[in-house]
Design a protein around this ligand. Structure first.
Ligand code: URA
Length: 433
């Protein structure tokens, strides 16, 4: 087989065979196919697309390109969730203890964030002592005993995706639905999940800017999951503004504590309860979503959800007293209030700019080597639909830096103002099963 023939076939609209896909993906991983041919192949996929089965075969090739995690020693249906990425997204921190509390094993493998703010791991590491390096035995023991554990991605999972993602990043081929879907699902499947709930974000702070695109991505990922025998559901959620009020790391942990104590922001609480309910149903704990949701509302109201969060922090080596004393979490030396220069309603956000502003304060990494300042971040005091008077505080920057002018200017420009109140925000658009 020759790479150029596979490239030509895709370029002319052909459906690739499993053998041709394996030849390209596994060959590239081993260094047998050069970057220039893989780049041409990716561009052909970008323009021509892939059929559903072809995309599933591409995902399977990603999975087989490296190690897979064997979770067979864990009893029950292992459920995982994945977000396509948003600003202020702390849903994993909320749903992990909730879902574990109903006996569904949550064996979570998470990544660090690059760009914007930290990933789930960075947020949790803002808790003193919290460690994400567990041995395979500790991981399995914790999931079997406490129904939850979280580790950083280790080993050689989907090396094809790592190599191809880096190439996509510099060849203008990130934004292709079959490539995004196979990249995400490949990682989830290689990390051993039996059931997957996808949080597909759409809006100014997400990869997918339109609902139509988000629906296609969600359908593609759900179909991949089904083809590869994983129960998969996608929840399409709003990312036209950051989720909740906090964007950063330690402040996002504080907000997750608020959600689990019943004092959480409406959008955050709604998305978390919906995702936790789907995870619980896929994991076999409840027959219906309504039953799952009612149960979780009770668990939150009774204080059991907070107790479960303490257990989660404790078994990962962290200090559980932060749950009752969130003031123990890292705090920045400077709090800068950003004031409104005009009166009106917040009608929208450039959510990505809020993320970038938080990164400028130190809450995210520009390069893999950057160290995160866990105390840095942004608290939004106004969100979509809120009325703003001249001089009102739009948000507060938490920073340990002396000069915060660039972040201040950027975050201010992220607020889109209008004379009239916008339509009420819809938190969840659609479920794709
Ligand atoms: N996230 C991934 O893991 N892969 C993509 O291609 C896009 C988002």
């Amino acid at each position: 087989m020759r790479a150029v023939d596979v490239i030509n076939k895709k370029k002319l609209g052909g459906r690739l065979s499993k053998e041709e896909i394996d030849f390209m993906i596994l060959g590239y991983t081993k260094g047998e196919i050069p970057d220039y041919q893989m780049s041409a192949f990716l561009m052909a996929v970008y323009f021509v697309g892939m059929e559903a089965e072809e995309t599933a075969e591409l995902t399977d090739a990603f999975v087989r390109s490296g190690d897979t995690v064997d979770l067979s020693a864990i009893h029950g249906i292992k459920v995982d969730k994945h977000s396509t990425g948003g600003v202020g997204d702390k849903i994993s921190l909320v749903v992990t203890p909730l879902v574990a509390s109903v006996g569904v094993p949550v064996a979570k493998m998470s990544g660090r964030g690059l760009g914007h703010t930290g990933g789930t791991i960075d947020k949790l590491e803002s808790i003193e002592g919290f460690k994400i390096e567990l041995t395979a035995d500790e991981f399995i023991h914790n999931v079997n005993t406490y129904k939850m554990a979280l580790v950083g991605q280790s080993g050689d999972l989907t090396p094809a995706d790592k190599k191809i993602y880096a190439l996509r990043d510099v060849t203008g081929t990130i934004n292709s639905i079959p490539l995004i879907a196979s990249s995400i699902m490949g990682k989830k499947i290689a990390s051993g999940a039996d059931a997957i709930v996808l949080d597909v974000k759409v809006g100014s702070g997400a990869f997918m800017k339109s609902l139509e695109e988000a629906k296609v991505l969600a359908r593609t990922m759900v179909d991949i999951g089904k083809s590869l025998n994983r129960k998969t559901v996608a929840v399409i959620t709003n990312m036209d503004q950051p989720l909740g009020h906090e964007v950063g790391n330690a402040n996002e942990v504080r907000e997750a504590i608020d959600v689990l104590s019943g004092r959480g922001a409406k959008d955050e609480t709604e998305v978390a309860l919906t995702i936790a309910s789907y995870m619980a149903v896929l994991g076999g704990a409840f027959d219906t979503l309504e039953l799952a949701r009612k149960h979780f509302e009770k668990v939150i109201a009774s204080g059991d959800a907070l107790e479960q969060l303490k257990v989660f922090i404790k078994i990962q080596g962290g200090d559980p007293s932060v749950v009752d004393h969130p003031e123990k979490l890292p705090q920045a030396s400077r709090q800068i209030e950003v004031k409104a220069g005009i009166e009106g309603y917040v009608t929208g956000f450039d959510a990505e700019k809020v993320g970038i502003s938080a990164m400028l304060l130190g809450a995210g990494r520009r390069t893999k080597e950057d160290k995160i300042d866990y105390a840095a971040g942004i608290t939004l005091k106004k969100k979509m639909g809120d009325h703003v008077n001249l001089g009102d505080t739009l948000c507060i920057l938490h920073s340990n830096l002396e000069n915060n002018k660039e972040a201040e200017k950027m975050v201010k420009s992220a607020f889109i103002m209008g004379k009239n109140a916008p339509d009420p925000v819809q938190y969840i658009y659609e479920i794709v099963e």
